[in-house]
Design a protein around this ligand. Structure first.
Ligand code: ZN
Length: 389
């Protein structure tokens, strides 16, 4: 019994530490008195917990604030340089690496382009490790402050085991990338799906900062989505929640990269739009569809209108399922052609089921490619930061 009681106390202590740290992380300048009001904890408890966080080196006292009358309150903030993590993003074209501080800011970053020969996991992991090592060296940051590495890549990921179960775009199956990097660099490593981590970054540091329930939809090479509820990624049982691109729209439709027919993403992704266009005109680049559409060519206008309709259907399905307060749109298609965003907003006015109209905002990703680094770095921070005292 005694043991259980001790464990319970330890659990409560850790939870309180985390709660106070999260408040400081969110507010970035707050007095002990304000925290007492926010948490309903006693001033003694708040002071004790803040003391522990200062002892851990994670929080520091900053300039006193003055409201004009009375005693000045001492404010608390994160010690930004106390701990750092590394965010790594891998797709078949590029490896991006960045060192991120405790406040989610990228301090130093680098990237390498991959060529078509770099298809084997061993080759890509080896390149990733080299660039991580080089980035740490170039940044001249004290290595002991780096507490972990987060890796983001497209695919189905078992985040607990550190394994890429399947990545269509990288052609990987069952690759334990976390263990491979840990063994090479001796730094704790975690891996997760790129869209989930992009959503995490946007919800904590980007346009979703004031949202409690953020859904991010990425329209690019595929169609993916992720839901963040109160700062936590909604994963489902096997971390596959959000793979909306593979919802069946037409069982007799065209083949999808997943091997089935008529998935939602076949109506939206660049490769399929180009394939559709080639029925009328020989083109190789999505740019040509937009140019033709600007010139009023019917086939191009029709292709883009249909893509926009299916984007709105995607958004409608997500808001019907999850009723979020914010939809963040991102991805190469939206980033390269901002006019798509306007068209989607316009069409959503009529296409969204009426009880849901006006219940959510549609916002455009603020962090863009930075989220590829900030997302995995944040996951590494959440996973590896120790609050043991
Ligand atoms: Zn599919």
């Amino acid at each position: 019994m005694k043991k259980i009681k001790k464990r319970d106390q330890e659990y409560i202590k850790q939870n309180n530490l985390k709660m106070i740290l999260d408040i400081i992380k969110d507010k970035r300048s707050i007095s002990r008195a304000e925290m007492v009001k926010m948490t309903n904890m006693s001033p003694t408890s708040v002071s004790r917990i803040v003391g522990s966080l200062i002892d851990l080196g994670l929080v520091k006292e900053t300039e006193a604030s003055s409201s004009g009358v009375g005693r000045k309150a001492i404010l608390l903030d994160l010690d930004l340089e106390s701990v750092m993590t590394i965010g790594v993003y891998i797709n078949k074209h590029i490896i991006n690496v960045g060192i991120v501080n405790f406040g989610g800011e990228i301090l130093y970053q680098d990237k390498i382009k991959l060529n078509s020969k770099d298809i084997y996991p061993e080759a890509i992991i080896s390149k990733a490790c080299s660039i991580i090592k080089q980035t740490i060296k170039d940044s001249k940051i004290d290595c002991s402050k780096i507490i972990g590495i987060g890796v983001s890549l497209p695919g189905i990921i078992d985040s607990k085991k550190g394994t890429v179960i399947f990545s269509a775009s990288l052609s990987w199956e069952n690759v334990n990338i976390a263990k491979a990097i840990e063994n090479k660099l001796n730094i704790k490593t975690i891996v997760d799906n790129d869209v989930k981590l992009e959503a995490l970054a946007e919800s904590l540091y980007g346009v979703g900062k004031n949202s409690g329930k953020t859904a991010l939809v990425n329209f690019g090479r595929g169609v993916g989505s992720a839901l963040i509820i109160d700062g936590e990624i909604f994963r489902g049982v096997t971390n596959i929640a959000g793979e909306i691109g593979h919802i069946t729209i037409d069982p007799n439709g065209i083949l999808c990269e997943c091997g089935r027919r008529g998935c939602l993403q076949t109506f939206i992704v660049e490769d399929n739009l180009i394939e559709e266009a080639n029925k009328v005109k020989e083109i190789v680049d999505i740019k040509e569809i937009f140019e033709a559409s600007h010139n009023g060519e019917n086939w191009a206008v029709s292709i883009l209108e249909r893509a926009v309709t299916y984007m709105c259907i995607t958004i409608n399905n997500i808001v019907c399922m999850y009723n979020p307060d914010t939809i963040v749109l991102s991805g190469s298609l939206i980033e390269a052609y901002p006019e798509i965003l306007k068209a989607v907003e316009e069409k959503c006015k009529t296409l969204i089921w009426s009880p849901l109209r006006g219940t959510f905002k549609i916002l455009y990703s603020k962090l863009k490619s930075e989220s590829d680094i900030i997302g995995p770095a944040t996951l590494a921070l959440d996973t590896f930061l120790s609050l043991d005292i």
